[in-house]
Design a protein around this ligand. Sequence first.
Ligand SMILES: [Zn+2]
Length: 224
Amino acid sequence: MTHAIETICLARVNSYLLAGDDGYVLVDTGKPEKREALDARLTSAGCGPGDLKLIVITHGDYDHAGNAAFLREKHGCTIAMHRSDAGRVMKADWRLGMKPKPDKFPLVFRVASLFIRPGWFETFRPNLYLEDEQKLGDFGVDATVLHLPGHTRGSIGVLTSAGDLFCGDLMDSMMGRPSLQFFINDMKQARASLARLRELEIGTVYPGHGRPFTMAQVKERRSG
Ligand SMILES: [Zn+2]
């Protein structure tokens, strides 16, 4: 079954709205600074108050979790994510569960991070902890959760039965073609996650940052 996908790109962060059988599922929620714009986009897509059934947070970074608490309040929906990243959104502590020194964090981004700190967002407690291979049918979408650690320990993806993958920040296409994200907490985990994806039936990949790409493009590249 195919679900219509609305891409909402605000401040270079993507959220994806999936039309389900009875309401909507939102994958990631963007930065709190873009709350009004996000809210307007959801409304214009037909997702009015109460229509959002589920928010899936691919990982506990502020640019993905920043509007989850607000949207839950408005729609009365469930917030679901992996347990391993939950402490990061409950405490708004982006270092929690991370290595003291991430495996991949190029100098230019490290320097930039000294000046651009993750912003404030409302902390929240997820309603539901998602496991690897968990089905989302109860929320009206024909999709499966994949635990894809690497960027963070609790990073997950959502794979629809139509072969659309929402990969969070495991990969992006900010440099014009798909690659592993610039920030990888654990490279061994990230490579294992990528290897697993290569074996699955995946058509299009929708990243947390950048434009969609195909899994065939990923396979053309020997490494991320
Ligand atoms: Zn991100």
